[in-house]
Design a protein around this ligand. Structure first.
Ligand code: AMP
Length: 285
């Protein structure tokens, strides 16, 4: 497996693969890889001769009071994981490589970036859109793999790819969970064993709300769904709710009432102790 640290070499590898008639899949990550990332790498490796996993903790998507400095970094372990999952290349650039001195270009999307994570983390999606665009320019994949775990991010990247005419197919893979339902996340490393037990409340809340939505054979009110989530979330000590919402799965906008056939995203964000957690499920009334 090849570890690449410069954009020039990455683009050269992509060019050579293309000349050989090989297709390229890519998995953008911030490292500290777990089985969720692994599932994306395996999905790509099943289809593409070349699977590039990028490992880059992107400074521009962190707010000033967020965890950029303390974000877990473990490139050697990540390289072993990527190899085990069938990846062929690791792209691990430096910050200077991704943001050359004097850079001023940023990508900003309207609409789906303005709510939920976008409202709670100002500038976050500008950083995400900018780095995803740069990573796609560097890796030049035919197909890019993302996790439903970051559902709003998948909508942002879809919009970006469509708006900028980027020639890549986007594939979203299901959220991989611990046995107790907790969505795997690099940030779970911040949780104690006891907190990991309590953090399962997010999935319990999503599941009980999803049951209400799928059981409904007539209109269902947003309040009923959101109250079911909040009831469950409030059973756990030290969990501070950022949002717990039932919104249209495409626009992320709320309606008072949902009708049979409506496709909804149920999304929760909050802080357990000092660790911010997010999770979601998709469900049809
Ligand atoms: P991150 O390293 O957190 O930026 O995540 C890199 C990619 O892995 C993103 O597309 C995430 O949505 C995806 N991902 C993170 N956690 C999971 C999970 N538990 N299951 C599936 N995909 C995930």
């Amino acid at each position: 497996m090849q570890v690449i640290s410069t954009v020039a070499e990455m683009q050269q590898v992509a060019r050579r693969a293309r000349q050989l008639g090989q297709t390229i899949g890519c998995v953008p990550t911030m490292g500290a890889l777990h089985a969720g990332h692994g599932s994306l790498i395996e999905a790509s490796a099943a289809v593409h001769a070349v699977t590039v996993t990028s490992v880059f903790v992107n400074p521009t998507q962190f707010g000033p009071s967020e965890d950029f400095d303390s974000y877990p970094r473990m490139l050697d372990a990540d390289i072993a994981t990527i190899e085990r999952c069938g990846g062929t290349h690791v792209f691990a650039p430096s910050i200077a490589e991704m943001y050359p001195g004097g850079y001023t270009t940023k990508i900003r999307l309207d609409g789906v970036t303005e709510v939920l994570e976008g409202a709670h983390r100002p500038g976050h999606f500008d950083g995400v859109a900018t780095v995803v665009c740069k990573l796609l320019m560097a890796m030049q994949p035919d197909e890019a793999f993302f996790g439903q775990k970051d559902y709003q991010q998948t909508l942002v990247v879809r919009r970006l790819v469509e708006d900028l005419l980027i020639p890549v197919t986007m594939t979203v893979a299901p959220t991989v969970r611990e046995a107790n339902g907790l969505a795997m996340s690099s940030r779970n490393a911040y949780l104690s064993t006891e907190e990991r037990h309590r953090a399962a409340v997010l999935y319990r809340a999503l599941s009980s709300a999803a049951d209400i939505v799928t059981a409904a054979d007539q209109d269902v009110s947003r309040h009923a769904i959101e109250n079911a989530m909040l009831r469950e979330l409030h059973t756990v000590e030290d969990f501070s709710v950022g949002y717990a919402v039932a919104v249209d799965a495409d626009t992320l906008l709320p309606a008072d009432t949902y009708h049979p056939g409506d496709r909804l995203a149920l999304l929760i964000a909050g802080t357990l102790g000092t660790t911010r957690l997010i999770d979601n499920v998709l469900v049809t009334v």
